[in-house]
Design a protein around this ligand. Structure first.
Ligand SMILES: *Cc1c(COP(=O)(O)O)cnc(C)c1O
Length: 469
């Protein structure tokens, strides 16, 4: 990759009066813009020829890493398979060019797709009804918790203000509960990584509205005592919420509805394809068991992220009833293969069979001082996206790996070899690993500064540079 590209800003290539395109002569008449709307100074835009602009943006696009560039073993927030046929179907003009305010009599086909997808989700999850409206997983959680709150309130049971969340939960779980105005209570995991039912017992009473769970949990472990947990939660009058962001390991094998879950969301953008880097687009449909369907929202802007629903439906249909059952077992096989091949070099805090993902607690040899961050950065030099790092919070050096079902054995073997090489480098040339990445367009960025003071315009960037940031 070319390290000079980032210094090569389009503003610096500007030449006064140079143009990339000239508008044709206006033969349609002339309308005055009211003077109060008119700007008084010309906009400060770069003036460049067409090829300079095209090359500038093409070079920038090539600095991105995505599933179409290389292996992307990100755990939990899976960046999964995104078959090209989904894109073709989602961008068919008959669907893509619909207007949300079109009369509903003219959008019957789109409505049928939504209905059929809802039915497919019911079949796959064992729940009774779905809404496709929420725009993301977190939005689905909030919607689901509001459904649960409405259910308790309708029964006049207003003292239920707590939500129980495992200590291994995804950060959005406690956040959604708090946004919903509910109090978060944490339930501990045992040494084997699953929920401590003895601790749970002490938390359950008539002030609990719901318990949220992920199964397999964020350690990739299946919560085997789920029937017992469901009975305990229901016996105290609360509902059981399923975080189905990553439903892929269960598809066609078992169903949250059969495990005793009352309400759930699915991330269509993780489980049923749709690329979602950089925060979107997404869809977090919410499903409920029979008896709760009247609490699902019916008013929302339009029909949710319809193009994401289109991709999900195309993906489900292209897999079909039989192949959908292969997703979980193949992802599970791939995850266990990587785990077993690497556990001599990387520390496996919880041994045994995992599902679609697993967590290492950094390198086994802690004497080298090489951290999970260093390993993640060094992977970039070898052309691999880093796994999820420092999540879940149960370990100090979490490295969460999820290979997904669609990767070839050669790809997975390539990743294993590179991980082994990094472990070896950590012993032999640790400085080189600590200072990685060495061949990406930019090195290590200050994540905290970038999040707190995002610089998104050229002018500000210049100011920052003057300040020596
Ligand atoms: C990704 C994820 C979420 C949140 O989904 P968003 O679409 O990012 O809001 C919730 N729970 C789990 C387990 C996840 O992996």
């Amino acid at each position: 990759m070319n390290n000079k590209l980032y210094g090569d800003l389009i503003f610096e290539r500007s030449h006064t009066g140079r143009k990339g395109y000239s508008l044709p002569k206006n033969r349609m008449g002339h309308y005055e813009v009211p003077s109060s709307w008119r700007r008084t100074t010309a906009p400060q835009l770069p003036e460049c020829d067409e090829m300079t602009v095209v090359r500038h943006y093409t070079n920038h696009s090539e600095n991105n890493f995505g599933v179409n560039n290389g292996f992307y073993p990100l755990g939990s927030c899976t960046m999964k398979y995104n078959p090209c046929i989904n894109e073709e179907i989602a961008t068919l003009p008959q669907f893509a060019q619909l207007h949300p305010l079109q009369p509903s009599s003219t959008t019957r086909g789109a409505q049928a797709v939504c209905h059929l997808l809802e039915q497919a989700l019911c079949t796959l999850t064992g729940l009774h009804a779905f809404t496709l409206k929420p725009f993301a997983g977190a939005h689905g959680e909030l919607t689901g918790l509001m459904v649960i709150r409405a259910y308790h309130e309708q029964r006049g049971d207003t003292k239920r203000i707590k939500v129980i969340v495992p200590d291994s939960a995804h950060g959005t779980n406690p956040a959604s509960a708090a946004v919903c105005g509910l109090e978060v209570v944490e339930v501990k995991s045992m040494d084997d990584g699953t929920i401590d039912t003895e601790h749970l017992k002490t938390l359950l009473d008539d002030s609990v509205a719901a318990m949220m769970m992920t199964n397999p949990n964020t350690l990739g472990l299946f919560e085997k005592r789920i029937p017992e947990i469901a009975a305990m939660v229901h016996d105290c009058g609360a509902l059981l919420y399923y975080d189905g962001a990553n439903l892929n390991p269960l598809l066609g094998v078992c169903r949250p509805g059969d495990m005793g879950f009352d309400v759930m969301h699915i991330n269509l953008h993780k489980t049923f394809s749709t690329p979602h880097g950089g925060g979107g687009p997404g869809a977090g449909p919410v499903g409920v068991r029979k008896g709760l369907e009247n609490f699902l929202p019916c008013v929302s802007p339009y029909h949710g992220n319809f193009a994401v629903a289109m991709r999900a439906y195309a993906y489900i249909l292209s897999l079909g009833r039989d192949n959908v059952k292969m997703v979980g077992p193949l992802a599970t096989l791939n995850a266990n293969y990587i785990k077993e091949c690497l556990k001599d070099e990387f520390l496996l805090p919880i041994d045994g069979l995992c599902k679609h993902e697993f967590v290492f607690d950094g390198l086994r040899d802690k004497s080298t001082g090489i951290t999970t961050m260093d390993v993640a950065k060094r992977l970039l030099d070898y052309g691999y996206h880093a796994p999820t790092i420092y999540f879940p919070l149960l370990f100090h050096e979490s490295l969460m790996i999820e290979p997904t079902e669609n990767e070839s054995k050669e790809t997975i073997d390539g990743f294993i070899e590179v991980m082994k090489r990094i472990a070896q480098e950590s012993r032999e040339t640790p400085e080189m690993v600590k200072s990685a990445p060495h061949n990406t367009p930019i090195g290590r960025v200050d994540d905290v500064l970038a999040a707190k003071h995002p610089v998104t315009t050229y002018q500000q960037m210049k100011g920052e540079a003057d300040d020596n940031h």
